[in-house]
Design a protein around this ligand. Structure first.
Ligand code: NAD
Length: 330
């Protein structure tokens, strides 16, 4: 079986490629390296540098490779940037997917596992969020991903391209040996930002809002370890290979952690003081975002191995403390 990983040089994609290679699966990667890192990709995977929106390039990859299934991580994903440049998001994410599906259809490849996001739900009416809850995004990033889910739905009906949409909540951590990890430019995720403070690369951690309706007043979010997330994709590939119908699953740990709890866990995991200061709320941050992931557990048989936030942060610290400048390639 050959799996084509789109965006395989990115944070989550590189961990997916790593797990697939470890399981002896044949892997090809497409990435334009706009955000990703060549050094993050295992040498066993064949690497094609190019853009998923470039149809001739994508055709050339599908001609060379005997692809059975596609895993799609290639997207822009910074919420505030999407508010300023919505068209970039609809072009790269939504139009990019149309191109991918057209080429898949031409080459009779009928299975795709797709990175969707909790941002498709917008502001939840209740938590934990279930897959059947209403999807009303409040930013162009979430909207671009919801459109992608809908495009895949209609492509399944018309062309029989089966999909699994995996709606991630917050992803954190790194491969346990610290050889690959998170290197986003700019960094917007809480865990790497806290660890940059621990590393002395930022002066202080700002905690935005301390009067939310949560036990300690700070936002509560659901964190999944990146390797557990990659394993969910492998189960989704198996689900599609077994001939099952298209489906969508939440991937979260089901346990929420507040921003203050993340700070305390990072202080323990790193042994560093990590200065922090309270700051005003940011617009658009819901009190709590926690997933109901029971569907992925029941149907895909997903069993996340990391249930302890301190352990998740410890793996991230192994990467950040040994690679303070990430892959150092930008
Ligand atoms: P990332 O930026 O590290 O990885 C995305 C990769 O795709 C990068 O290597 C980038 O160079 C590549 N890429 C982007 N546009 C491309 C294009 N047009 N053609 C070819 N390659 C392209 O991001 P990530 O954190 O690994 O996220 C991966 C996916 O997961 C994204 O689709 C994102 O929306 C989704 N997601 C991430 C999180 C999270 O917490 N990191 C949460 C929810 C959803």
């Amino acid at each position: 079986m050959t799996v084509l990983v789109l965006g395989g040089a990115g944070y989550i994609g590189s961990h997916m490629v790593d797990r697939l290679v470890d399981q002896q699966t044949d892997v090809a990667v497409v990435d334009n390296l706009v955000k990703g890192h060549r050094a993050a990709v295992r040498p066993e995977a064949r690497f094609y540098e190019g853009d998923v929106r470039d149809k001739e390039f994508m055709r050339s990859v599908f001609k060379k490779e005997n692809i059975d299934a596609v895993v799609h991580f290639a997207a822009f994903s910074i919420v505030p940037e999407s508010m300023e440049k919505p068209l970039d998001y609809f072009d790269n994410n939504t139009a990019g997917l149309i191109n991918v599906l057209e080429v898949m259809n031409e080459f009779d490849v009928k299975q795709i596992v797709f990175s969707s996001t909790a941002a498709t739900y917008g502001t939840p009416e209740s938590v934990p969020i279930k897959e059947t809850d209403k999807q009303e995004p409040i930013n162009p990033y979430g909207e671009s991903k919801l459109m992608m889910e809908k495009i895949m739905h209609w492509s399944d009906l018309a062309y029989g391209i089966k999909f699994v949409a995996l709606r991630y909540f917050n992803v954190a951590g790194a491969k346990a040996d610290g050889s690959i990890g998170e290197d986003h430019g700019p960094e917007t995720h809480l865990v790497p930002i806290v660890l940059q403070v621990a590393n002395g690369q930022r002066d202080t951690l700002k905690i935005f809002g301390t009067d939310y309706d949560t036990p300690d007043g700070t936002n509560v979010r659901d964190y999944v370890h990146v390797v557990d997330l990659a394993d969910a994709h492998i189960l989704a590939l198996k689900y599609l290979a077994e001939g099952n119908e298209s489906n969508a699953f939440n991937l979260g740990s089901a346990t929420g952690f507040s921003n203050r709890q993340i700070l305390e866990a990072a202080r323990k995991a790193t042994g560093k003081e990590i200065p922090a200061e309270d700051a005003p709320r940011r617009p658009g941050d819901p009190d709590t975002l926690v997933a109901d992931s029971s569907k992925a557990r029941d149907i895909l048989g997903w069993k996340p191995q990391y249930d302890d936030i301190e352990k998740i942060i410890a793996t991230a610290w192994k990467w950040h403390s040994t690679h303070p400048n990430g892959y150092n390639d930008k």
